[in-house]
Design a protein around this ligand. Sequence first.
Ligand code: GUN
Length: 286
Amino acid sequence: MPGRLIDGNVVSSSIRSRLTNRITKLKEKGISPCLATILVGNDPASAIYVQNKQKAAKQVGLIAQDHRLKDDLQQNELTILIDSLNNDSSVHGILVQLPLPKHINEFEIINKISPSKDVDGLTSINSGLLLHNEASLKPCTPSGIVELLDFYNIGIMSQNVIIVNRSILVGKPLALLMLERDATVTICHSKSVNLNRLLLQADIIITAVGDRSKFILKSEMVKDKAVVIDVGTNRQSGKLVGDVDFESVIEKASWITPVPGGVGPMTIAMLLSNTVTAAQNSVSPV
Ligand code: GUN
């Protein structure tokens, strides 16, 4: 029997409809939750991501500010904008779309964002709180993946989870969230040896490579009845595909996410949720 589909569109719309209630209650108290996105340069993929975030924010009733800057800007132009958004009490969430141009120091920019408005959960303060399981604003893709597994009652405790990604956006925070749920976690990356042997031991595989010339998850790398979560985004002849050879892996897996329509909508839903949480925290601080 082929694996069952984990539908990110279904789960994200249930999250978004709950958000609408929280937003209505905040508006009754005179607070209009507002997300400010910042896009530097004109990378087409980043522009589409930001456009989708803007659209989804407006759809649930958030105010969405769309800041766009040229890619030859100076670091201090970006920090001035972030400072002004930090000091603007009508803005509750700030998202700087990554990656930034090479001449910009990403670490410094992320840490310019006030931790209480850091709806990506990437500042040093919020990642430190995540280590202690005390974070109110958690990185969106990792928390979206946990929501997906919980929605379908897919157990995490005591499972061998393998994550093929070590970034600050996905792999590292996801490993912490999985550890918090009592999984046994392995992070793999381009220098890992015997990747196929490790993958074959995994009960849950989460892959976020995003380059099919370097990595494709094939059915012979997947244990029978494993859960497969595909975070990869690759453009193939104008079509969006993941890291997973979906047609063959679905025959082996117990559960699998499609691309598109799997993790992607969850990243956006969690961003909206973090923005509402940040707005709530601004009236009753954590
Ligand atoms: N680039 C790709 N994914 C993300 C994300 O979740 N947040 C930000 N800020 N940039 C990204």
